[in-house]
Design a protein around this ligand. Structure first.
Ligand SMILES: Nc1ncnc2c1ncn2[C@@H]1O[C@H](COP(=O)(O)OP(=O)(O)OP(=O)(O)O)[C@@H](O)[C@H]1O
Ligand SMILES: [Mg+2]
Length: 578
């Protein structure tokens, strides 16, 4: 999901939209702002107080009061800064947290096609890393910028009040010197940080996929090949990081230079004026104190600029993700009225790859419709379109005569339970798997009964029963157990429409027959669309659709299709030969 030209043009609009939608801790930010403003004001008072304390006096005891006051003001500044920095840290953490929550929500509501348009695993880095790169800029800008500008303006007015134009000029001369440094440093920082983040995302994505499929790598003996290609990604990251280290040092150099050069600029002119007797000592000290803080506040724009560039990069990477259409609607979900499902001249392609071509059929309400056909003929795609994972590129899909395109995702999908092909479980216990779609957890009796129904009555008993941990993606289950558990979960969901894709393909003949019987019993009166290679499981369907290379070759009952469809006859012959 690389950034588009429009996203680059609207990067700052996207940035603020994103952050404001995620939510900001306004009260805490207001407190931080006041602390920051207080510190800026006290810094001005401090300079004048010290100048006053150091003014020529008759004896030292006359200076004690002003010195003590300057000391107390100094301590107050320290206190305000420490408390302010601490609260600002909390604000930053809260903004990160809100943005992460917002981004995670958006990702789960992305349309399937958008998730698939990039590398979904790179999303992980977007969610964990990029979401933390936006807050420093906003927090610094909103909390500290106005106090900083306030200080810079008031300080300039005060120095102008001394009546020596050279002092005002040197003070203002600090600004271009610091800004030039900031600009150079910001540009190189942006480029390299962007590059490092992209490389980290690529490495995470690569390792996540390969480590998750370690068995395949071992089975083919391709460990060394994988290590070599993994190494190439690591080396690219290494290169980017080395460039990053150079950039960091260049930044440090510029930063030090920005400390040193303005300091010379600040000290020399008033020192000359003091020697010439054109200003007194108090004026000299007041100017030096004001000007050094002036330099510090100006130099903080260097940090702000770096934060800005970081935020710009992170926004570009994130807005590719967050500006996509969401499946979540602001309006309350509307559950459509049930009826027949009708495909009317539907075509669909995955990118340039056509998968369905002018498909028309009706799956009657309350009936069992089977989808059969050779591998790759478009059966799963048809179910994916019914589930609204994708929109047809042509034609319409209707529910009870109405186009499903106009129905909200949540309300429409609430009518369906879908058991996708090879549907994995998630890490957790057998109980978690069965309760996955339950509004409230089922009781043990219901769970034990459903396990018995799908033929898993005794399987988990020696392993801890319902508390057995099935592992990532159900990896600690056999292929058949995984399918049976998927069916068990499906049987627990009481929706009027059920979509099943190869629910029993991993089972032996006897287990398939038993499970099919349980499924047919549970589905009586509900609308079932089922995909199967094993025609014995769909022989009794009210209507069978034969898919052939993305088209419908024939529609009918088992008996009819044996007469009319060559593909069906072929598939049936295979079943009988098995
Ligand atoms: N996510 C995807 N992206 C791109 N192409 C896809 C995707 N899913 C399926 N296809 C392609 O679409 C076509 C139809 O695939 P589909 O999965 O619908 O077939 P199927 O009939 O379910 O096959 P099988 O019986 O093997 O499950 C195939 O050519 C396949 O390569
Ligand atoms: Mg399929």
């Amino acid at each position: 999901m690389n950034s588009t030209k429009a996203e680059r043009t609207h990067v700052w609009r996207n940035y603020f939209t994103m952050i404001f939608r995620a939510g900001l801790p306004w009260v805490l930010m207001a407190v931080c702002f006041l602390l920051s403003l207080g510190a800026a004001q006290l810094a001005l008072v401090f300079a004048n107080q010290v100048a006053d304390a150091l003014s020529p006096r008759n004896n030292l005891s006359d200076a004690t009061g002003p010195l003590l006051a300057a000391f107390l003001i100094g301590m107050a500044i320290v206190l305000l800064k420490v408390v302010g920095a601490h609260l600002q840290g909390i604000v930053t953490a809260k903004v990160d947290r809100n943005l992460q929550r917002y981004a995670v929500e958006r990702v789960f509501y992305l349309k399937t096609a958008d998730v698939e348009s990039g590398d979904p695993r790179e999303l992980i880095t977007r969610l964990t890393e990029d979401t933390t790169k936006n807050s420093p800029f906003l927090v610094d800008l909103m909390i500290n910028e106005i106090p900083r500008l306030y200080y810079l303006i008031v300080a300039t007015v005060q120095v102008a009040g001394i009546g020596r134009p050279i002092l005002t000029l040197t003070l203002l001369g600090v600004i271009p010197v610091v800004f030039l440094g900031s600009f150079v440093s910001g540009r190189i920082t942006f480029k390299i940080r962007n590059k490092i983040q992209t490389k980290i995302a690529a490495l995470t994505a690569r390792l996540a996929e390969k480590i998750n499929h370690a068995e395949t790598i071992k089975a083919y003996g391709t460990e060394d090949k994988e290590i070599a290609t993994g190494d190439a990604v690591i080396m690219e990251l290494d290169k980017a990081k080395k460039q990053g280290a150079l950039v960091d040092q260049t930044n440090a150099f510029i930063k030090n230079l920005m400390w040193f050069l303005p300091l010379l600029l600040i000290i020399i002119p008033p020192a000359v004026l003091l020697f010439n007797g054109e200003i007194n000592q108090a004026g000299f000290y007041a100017y030096i104190l004001i000007a050094t803080t002036f330099r510090t506040y100006t130099a903080q724009h260097l940090d702000l600029w770096v934060f800005l560039k970081d935020a710009q990069g992170a926004t570009l990477r994130l807005s590719g993700l967050l500006s996509k259409e969401s499946e979540k609607s602001d309006k309350p979900a509307k559950i459509p009225s049930p009826g027949d499902i009708e495909f009317s001249d539907v075509s669909f392609a995955y990118g340039d790859h056509p998968a369905l071509c002018n498909v028309s059929f009706t799956a009657e309400q309350g009936k069992k419709t089977a989808l059969v056909g050779l591998s790759g003929s478009g059966k799963s795609t048809a179910l994916n379109l019914i589930e609204k994972f994708y929109d047809p590129s042509a034609g319409r899909i209707l529910l009870d005569g109405k186009d499903i395109h106009d129905m909200d995702y949540e309300g429409y999908r609430s009518l369906f339970t879908y058991l996708p092909q090879n549907a994995p479980g998630f890490a957790g216990t057998v109980r978690d798997m069965l309760n996955y779609c339950a509004p409230t957890p089922y009781d043990d009796k219901t769970l034990s009964e459903v396990l018995k129904t799908v033929g898993l009555g005794d399987d988990f008993e020696p392993l801890g029963g319902l508390e057995y941990e099935i592992g990532d993606g159900g990896e600690r289950l056999s292929g058949g157990q995984r399918q049976k558990l998927g069916v068990a979960r499906l049987l627990l969901c009481d929706t009027p429409y059920v979509l099943m894709d190869e629910a029993t393909s991993a089972l032996d003949v006897e287990a398939t027959a038993d499970l099919q019987e349980a499924i047919d019993k549970a589905m009586a009166g509900r609308t079932l669309l089922t995909v199967a290679h094993d025609l014995t499981t769909v022989k009794n369907a009210d209507r069978i659709l034969v898919f052939n290379q993305g088209r419908i070759e024939a529609i009918g009952t088992h008996g009819e299709l044996l007469q009319t469809s060559p593909t069906y006859r072929l598939l049936w012959k295979e079943v009988q030969a098995a």
